[in-house]
Design a protein. Sequence first.
Length: 350
Amino acid sequence: MMASSLARGTSPAAASKPLDILFLGGTGFIGPYQVEYALARGHRVTLFNRGRSAAGLFDGKAELLVGNRDSKVDQGLSALAGDRKWDLVIDNSGYVPRHVHDSIELLKGRVRRYIYVSTVAVYDPANTTPAESSPLRPLPDPENEEFSWERYGPLKAECDRIVQALGQRATIVRPCFIIGPKDETDRFTYWVDRIARGGDVLGPPDPKRELQWVDVRDLCPWIVGLGERDVAGIFNAAGPVTPMSWEQTLAELAKLSRKPVKFHWSTVEILDELKIDLPLVLLGGRTSRHFDNKASLAAGLNYRPLADTAAAILEWWRAQPADRRARVEDWPTPEKERAAIERLSATAAG
C-alpha cells in the first residue's frame, strides 16, 4: 500500500462527470500524485506499465495493464490493443519518439484527449526567454534511441512534436524542475535539508541567476484538471509567480533554520577543483533563463509559496528512515563544503 500523496485533511470534491483515464506510467514521482487525485475525484483509472512496482498500489482501486512502451519488448503495447476507449490519456513515460509515436497510432482513434508531460528542456538552450511558441531543439539522429542527459532535451522535443500532430486533441505540459515531498532525485531536497541545519552554507557561483520550479502537489492535480475540462494547448509549468534568484530562494529557505545561516557564494573554479556538484546548479557561460508561465496561470495552475513547499519537503525528509537518507550519493560532503568555504575565505583575504 502506498502512503497517500494527497495533503493531509484534504478530500477533493467528486468530479461532475467521472472519466475513464489511462495513465502511461503512473508509479514514478509525479504519477502517484496524479493517480490518487484522479481516484479521489471519482474517475476510473487504468495504469499501463511494466508491472514491476505497480502491484498493490492505490489499494487496488486502479486497473493495471502490463506491457512495455517499446513494442519490440515483451508484450509491448498488446494490452492496449482492441476497441476499448478512454476519455483521457496522460503520458508520463514518453522519452523515446518511436514509443510515443506507436502509442498515439494505437490509441488516437480511441481517446478524446492526449496529455503529454514534456519538459522545458525541449527549448534551445540559447533562448533565454522561451515561451510556448518558441522553436524546439532538433533531434539530429532520430534513429538513435540511446538515452543520455545530453540527449534528453532533443528526444523529448521530438516526442513533443509527435504529440502536437494530434492538433486540438493534444495537451502538452512542459514543467521545469518538479519539486516536493517524495522527490527521489533529492536535488532540491539537498538545499532544504542543508540550509535547515544552519551554519556556513556553500552557495552557487551566480546567486543572481533565476531559479524556477513547480511543486508536484500543484502540478499533478492541475494536469488531471486540464483533462477534466478538455483543455487543449501547450503550457510551461514554471513557477514561481514572481521570479526569484538563487539568492532570494536560499534566503527564503533559511527561514526554516533555527540556527543562523551564512551563505558563501562559490566560484566555478573552486567547484571544479574540489569536484563539488551543487544540486540544480548550472555552471558555465549560460545566462539566466526565464520560462514564460502566463499560459499556465491563465489555465488555472496555482504556484504555492516556496515556504509551503520547503516546509513539506523538510517534514517528509526528516521522517525518512536512516537507510533512505543514506542513499544520497551526490550531495557535497561536509568536508568538501568546508574546504570550499575556506578556499573562498583565503582568496578574499589574499
